[in-house]
Ligand binder design. Structure first.
Ligand SMILES: O=c1ccn([C@@H]2O[C@H](COP(=O)(O)OP(=O)(O)O[C@H]3O[C@H](CO)[C@@H](O)[C@H](O)[C@H]3O)[C@@H](O)[C@H]2O)c(=O)[nH]1
Length: 496
């Protein structure tokens, strides 16, 4: 399709949950068009991208995905040195990091100018993260188009945008409230708002980042959304009505090995660079091999969230009481430096040893080979914070979810999974949410014991998995949307 010499520049936000789908999108477009793609990011993220590209790719398209470094120095903004990704942030550093990310605008402008100088014309378009609203200004000043990519789903992104753009929210604890853009029958609860959003009024430090960023991204030429028409039709209707711009549903962007996975094909392997040493994929897989089919609960709160120490204790006790096998990825609890070493005191006395002796639990520190674990036949349920990538990865292999949303749009993802899709049960929400060992045990048993609710959720997860595979097939809706997006950009080129 189109000219081989077209060039697209991509700018993901500096977070694993954003970089991973951006890279998958770059590969998808590159393979379908032969265009050159440049992914711009800060040096450490570029290093990760380079390693991932060299680990996972054995095709000749590689040289056409270029990586460009944008200078960024965390310590200039009061952040610890080498802070370039949300995975290394403590909770209170997030807002500083978000504001600091605005300083990438000037180097990004220079990068795109340099490309124009070299190639004699602007790139076909800039695909920028929803968190880099200023990319619309860069694109406009350099005579190219800007398309915003949300790495979340449609429902979650629409709720997130509407809630930040329609401040304040002053419902009382018992109150449900309407959210502009959502049907009146679809009410949200105050506990579904992150603590920052509950007090935001447009003048606070969080609103001062989010409001202009979202307003700017609504000035782009259109949106790419990491979902498929078949997965969340209502969410897409709400999202399209909200942004009032073309929306291409090009996802969910998952590794081909996961999309082609079947229960009989065994766990997939080697999909990503190893970010932080936790435990080797081999050790996880060996451990899983020792457990019966669908018997293991996998627990992870994604790449940037964690829970409180008291919640961690209750979760551990509930797990032990349930007797179910589990793999639990543990990041330091709230209040501890995110880079600090694992400490046994976060868990009940001798918990890790006891779980190992009984072969009940495997604790993984910081980062696990998630795709390998989810695609293993022994994994039956995922206790997840409901980051969109985790949700899609889980359904792709037919694994239902116990939801514990923590931040960003996760509460809205969870709401849709529980209320509209019936594919998750919510254990609790946020850092303030009550977690009691008895309830942990009850919910685990409800979902993991094969009769009734658990069985129904598993069936629904597998159905969504089928929809994902359909959308991502050659003639499927999502690949058609990629082609349509590229054709639209090519036909618009003359207009810029
Ligand atoms: O130990 C780990 C932890 C994570 N991952 C991978 O990292 C990604 C994490 O993405 P996601 O599940 O979406 O969670 P977050 O990292 O929290 O993602 C951020 O970005 C998402 C996409 O915009 C949002 O939906 C989330 O709310 C936001 O927190 C997934 O691909 C995981 O497979 C691993 O491989 N190993």
């Amino acid at each position: 399709m189109g000219s081989q010499h077209e060039h697209i520049v991509m700018l993901p936000f500096m977070a694993q949950g954003h970089i991973i789908p951006f890279l998958a999108l770059a590969k998808q477009i590159q393979q379908r068009t032969g265009f050159t793609i440049t992914i711009a990011n800060t040096p450490l993220n570029v290093q990760y991208l380079r390693t991932t590209l060299s680990t996972t790719s054995n095709d000749s398209s590689q040289p056409s995905i270029r990586l460009a470094e944008l200078p960024f120095c965390g310590s200039d903004h009061g952040l610890p040195p080498h802070t370039e990704n949300t995975e290394s942030l403590s909770l209170q550093q997030f807002v500083t990091f978000f504001h600091a990310s605005n300083t990438l605008q000037a180097p990004f402008h220079s990068l795109v100018s340099g490309i124009i100088e070299k190639e004699g014309r602007p790139p076909l378009c800039i695909i920028s993260d929803v968190f880099f609203g200023w990319a619309t200004e860069v694109a406009k000043s350099l005579g190219t188009a800007n398309v915003t990519f949300t790495t979340g789903g449609a429902y979650g992104t629409a709720a997130y945008m509407s809630l930040w753009q329609n401040l304040p929210h002053r419902a009382t604890e018992s109150d449900y409230f309407a959210v502009p853009g959502f049907p009146d029958t679809c009410r949200f609860h105050i506990t579904q708002l992150h603590q920052y959003l509950r007090v935001a009024d447009g003048t606070d430090i969080w609103s001062r980042y989010f409001q202009p960023m979202l307003a700017n991204s609504l000035k782009s030429s259109g949106w790419l959304c990491n979902t498929a028409e078949e997965i969340e039709p209502q969410g897409l209707e709400i999202f399209r009505n909200y942004v009032k711009l073309p929306v291409w549903t090009i996802g969910p962007l998952l590794p081909p090995a996961l999309l082609n996975h079947s229960p009989s094909s065994g766990s997939i392997s080697g999909q990503r660079a190893w970010k932080v040493p936790g435990v080797s994929p081999e050790k996880c897989l060996e451990w899983l091999d020792k457990h019966p089919q669908s018997s293991v609960l996998y627990i992870s709160f994604g790449s940037q969230n964690t829970i409180s120490q008291s919640q961690m204790m209750e979760l551990a006790m509930g797990l032990e009481d349930s007797g179910k096998p589990f793999i639990w990825v543990i990041r330091p609890p709230v209040g501890f430096d995110i880079k600090c070493e694992f400490r046994a005191e976060w868990l009940p006395e001798k918990f890790e040893q006891r779980m190992a002796d009984r072969n009940q639990g495997l604790i993984v520190h910081n980062w696990a080979p998630q795709l390998e674990i989810l695609s293993h036949k022994s994994t039956g349920v995922f206790l997840s914070h409901c980051g969109w990538n985790s949700v899609m990865e889980s359904f792709c292999v037919g694994v239902p979810i116990i939801a514990w949303p923590l931040a960003a749009e996760q509460c809205y993802n969870s709401k849709m999974l529980v209320e509209d899709m019936g594919v998750a049960v919510e254990l609790t929400r946020g850092l303030q949410g009550a977690v009691v060992r008895k309830e942990v045990k009850r919910v685990i048993e409800l979902v993991m014991d094969s009769e009734g609710k658990g069985e129904e959720m598993k069936k629904k997860a597998a159905e969504i998995g089928e929809k994902i595979r359909d959308a991502m097939r050659e003639e499927g809706s999502s690949l058609k949307a990629v082609d349509d997006f590229v054709s639209t950009m090519l036909s618009k080129r003359q207009g810029y």
